[in-house]
Design a protein around this ligand. Structure first.
Ligand SMILES: NC(=O)c1ccc[n+]([C@@H]2O[C@H](COP(=O)([O-])OP(=O)(O)OC[C@H]3O[C@@H](n4cnc5c(N)ncnc54)[C@H](O)[C@@H]3O)[C@@H](O)[C@H]2O)c1
Length: 273
């Protein structure tokens, strides 16, 4: 069902690689809710992915941008404002990549060049996006900029590797930049901490299916899907959340506040071992 929640709003959506991507679902739902936006991804991802089908479906243009390049980001904000005919109301940063994860480097045997890349792509790029928009004065008042995070920023998940550190940095940037952007232009900056979700980035993490099943059994509501996440994202782009900023918001079916659940208890022996 559509509610015209984002009617008249203009946005930029990073990170739609294929139909499984959280950003893909956000673009589909934002279109249904009346938003206009540009889609962007790294040039290499544009060659590998299927973003053109999404662009056609949502009547949007694709602008290539590597989120670690300030020149690309500046051009992206310039072109987006040209195409959309004015300042931007919402930005989704839905970007994550760790060469250590990809190349199966254990956390205790990290490659520091890879680690730099992880932080640059998965966390510093959020600062770069914010700083580009801030310095270009590209956002409307009460605009909303969102990043996607994971609870490994607060709690240890052994195979999440250096992405855990990247997510901690991402969330910290939302707080730090959120202060300055709020004061200057009343722009909101938040992160959503999402349940494990079967996407290209998600399934790249070792043991992903196991911790997806574990999270589903712990969470009173079960895991939140990519579609649910898209709906939550839209609420944070809408005018109904105008005073929410500098937050890390859990969207995880209750996982983050649950100690243990009955389905997990039932897997344990009923005797002290
Ligand atoms: N899937 C999960 O379990 C899960 C859970 C919590 C948070 N998240 C976060 O959600 C976000 C979206 O990931 P997803 O799960 O939809 O996977 P995805 O693989 O579909 O999306 C990741 C995107 O990052 C893009 N990207 C990588 N390097 C880039 C660069 N240099 N410049 C621009 N874009 C680049 C990729 O092309 C891809 O589109 C990520 O931040 C991820 O960490 C995912």
């Amino acid at each position: 069902m559509a509610y015209d929640l984002l009617k008249g709003k203009k946005g930029i959506i990073f990170g739609a690689l294929n139909e499984d991507s959280i950003a893909w679902k956000v673009a589909e739902r934002a279109h249904e809710e009346g938003a206009q936006f540009t889609l962007t991804n790294a040039p290499i991802a544009l060659r590998m992915g299927t973003i053109n089908a999404l662009a056609e479906k949502t009547n949007s243009e694709v602008i290539p941008a590597d989120a670690t390049s300030m020149d690309d980001l500046k051009a992206l904000f310039e072109k987006s404002q040209e195409i959309l005919g004015g300042k931007i109301d919402f930005v989704l940063h839905s970007i994550g990549m760790s060469p250590n994860v990809r190349k199966n480097k254990h956390y205790t045997d990290t490659n520091y060049d890879f680690m730099h890349k992880t932080f640059d792509i998965s966390a510093m790029s959020f600062h770069r996006v914010l700083q580009t928009a801030y310095q270009m004065d590209a956002m409307n008042e009460y605009g909303s900029i969102l990043g996607l995070s994971y609870i490994a920023a607060q709690r240890t998940f052994p195979d999440y590797n250096d992405m855990a550190d990247a997510k901690a940095l991402l969330e910290s940037i939302a707080r730090s930049f959120g202060y300055h952007y709020g004061v200057k232009n009343k722009v909101r900056v938040n992160t959503i901490s999402q349940s494990p979700t079967p996407t290209t980035a998600g399934t790249g993490v070792k043991g992903f299916n196991q911790f997806l099943n574990y999270a589903d059994k712990i969470s009173p509501l079960g895991n939140a899907s990519a579609e649910d996440c898209a709906n939550y994202v839209l609420s944070l782009f809408s005018d109904f959340t105008r005073m929410v900023t500098m937050q890390n918001l859990y969207h995880d079916g209750g996982f983050s506040n649950t100690g243990v659940s009955l389905p997990i208890m039932e897997l344990m022996p009923d005797e002290i071992q």
